[in-house]
Design a protein around this ligand. Structure first.
Ligand SMILES: Cc1cc2nc3c(=O)[nH]c(=O)nc-3n(C[C@H](O)[C@H](O)[C@H](O)COP(=O)(O)OP(=O)(O)OC[C@H]3O[C@@H](n4cnc5c(N)ncnc54)[C@H](O)[C@@H]3O)c2cc1C
Length: 385
């Protein structure tokens, strides 16, 4: 088939009859694919990576970055260098549409990229219109790069005056971010966490008790209720108006809207339906991993742990699909360990009904996160062909 990039120069040679593998998004699973390609190329294939950023910000360290425990260099991976080491063409851009039938992806700037095999690891998004007023008045955790940049501006503002910060979201991200924000700001600023329903759903009661204690001891006010609107200088919880200079939306992982119309099989929320081999339920030449996907056979929570574990299987299956070998299944674990950072170097460990906490758990989390980041640093460019 014709291998072409239209509407802009990507530096990809369109005349060579090779199979083109298009990697969309440099999420956790694609990092493993890049590392595998850096170790060993796929014969007869050229690969292109499309990513809006040259650096990947690792979410597990974002609370530590917000709380001032880490700087940005300790939380990010140089994906452009990793792609270069893997012999993968790096194209800065953002997917805006997929036509799975035509095997073509259109980027936000209008470029069209043909491919033979497509792999999606673009993560989830946050719907700006999920909460009335949020689009104009709130900070969103995703995309992470934008959040980190806006947080720096918030910090500068907090140095000048008192701020009321309200974090909206009762999940792990909202909990960790509220504690990190509390740690970063002076005592004259207030930090609240809006929790619609019980805190940390999916975790055991003992974890919840520890989490409530952590909020209490650090001075984060818990506001039970559903946020119904975000207005300038206020957050609305039904009839209650809470003063707020900086609302942070930490709810939801929504499916990217550009998947609609792709012809790919999607679930009712718009996520890409995949099977055990990480192939699309409708198009075997399309693979997906991480938060953008949903397993038909073994649904699991959306968390980085699953995206990370899917990575090596995705790498193996992309290679096997291209060379015509049988594919391997990815068996997600039934439950996983969560280490919830409390912002002070400590963490709460959560494993099913088991929970524990302490500085040791914080050190454990730091070690796991550090090892993950180290895995994708310092690749020797071009030496592993
Ligand atoms: C504050 C916070 C802390 C978290 N902590 C943890 C934790 O400690 N442990 C854990 O397991 N989970 C954690 N999570 C959840 C975790 O971040 C996600 O589950 C995980 O990032 C999903 O990985 P992914 O590979 O699917 O996508 P992502 O990590 O989101 O990566 C997707 C990549 O695709 C790119 N992209 C997005 N849109 C496009 C597009 N249109 N075109 C091209 N590229 C695109 C993005 O720039 C990004 O680099 C946390 C989440 C948050 C918000």
């Amino acid at each position: 088939m014709a291998l072409g990039v239209e509407g802009g120069g990507s530096g990809v040679d369109s005349s060579v009859a090779m199979k083109r593998l298009l990697l969309l998004g440099a999420g956790h699973a694609h990092l493993a694919v890049l590392a595998a390609l850096a170790r060993r190329r796929i014969p007869g294939a050229e690969a292109v990576l499309v990513s809006p950023n040259e650096h990947f910000i690792y979410s597990g360290r974002v609370p530590g970055l917000i709380g001032g425990r880490f700087d940005e260099s300790e939380c990010s991976i140089d994906i452009a260098s990793l792609a270069a080491a893997a012999g993968v063409s790096f194209l800065r851009g953002r997917a805006a549409a997929i036509d799975a039938e035509a095997r073509c992806v259109t980027l936000a700037d209008g470029q069209r990229i043909d491919c033979d095999v497509l792999s999606l690891d673009t993560g989830g998004t946050q719907d700006r219109d999920r909460l009335p007023g949020a689009r104009d008045n709130a900070l969103f955790l995703r995309p992470m790069e934008g959040f980190v940049e806006l947080w720096q501006r918030t910090l500068a503002l907090a140095a000048e005056r008192e701020l009321d910060v309200v974090v909206i979201g009762n999940g792990a991200a909202g909990f960790e971010i509220a504690l990190a924000v509390r740690r970063a700001l002076a005592a004259r600023c207030s930090v609240s966490l809006v929790s619609d329903g019980e805190l940390l759903p999916g975790h055991g009661p003992a974890v919840r008790r520890r989490a409530l204690d952590a909020l209490h001891f650090s001075g984060v006010q818990l506001l039970p209720g559903r946020c119904t609107a975000i207005e300038p200088w206020h957050v609305r919880l039904g009839t209650l108006r809470v003063a707020c200079d900086v609302p942070i939306v930490a709810v939801g992982s929504d499916a990217p809207s550009w998947l609609a119309g792709s012809a790919l099989a999607l679930d009712e929320q718009g996520f890409v339906r995949i099977g055990a081999t990480l192939q699309s339920a409708s198009h075997p030449n399309v693979f997906a991993a991480g938060d953008v996907s949903v397993r038909d056979d073994r649904p699991h929570p959306r968390s980085g742990v699953y995206a990370v574990r899917a990575g090596p299987v995705l790498a193996a299956n992309l290679r096997r699909f291209i060379v015509g070998a049988p594919l391997k299944p990815y068996l997600p674990q039934r439950r996983s360990l969560y280490l919830l950072s409390t912002g002070d170097g400590r963490a709460i460990a959560s494993w099913g009904a088991f929970s524990a906490e302490g500085r040791w758990a914080g050190r454990w989390k730091d070690r796991i996160d550090g090892a993950f980041l180290a895995r994708y640093s310092d690749f020797d460019q071009g030496s592993k062909k």
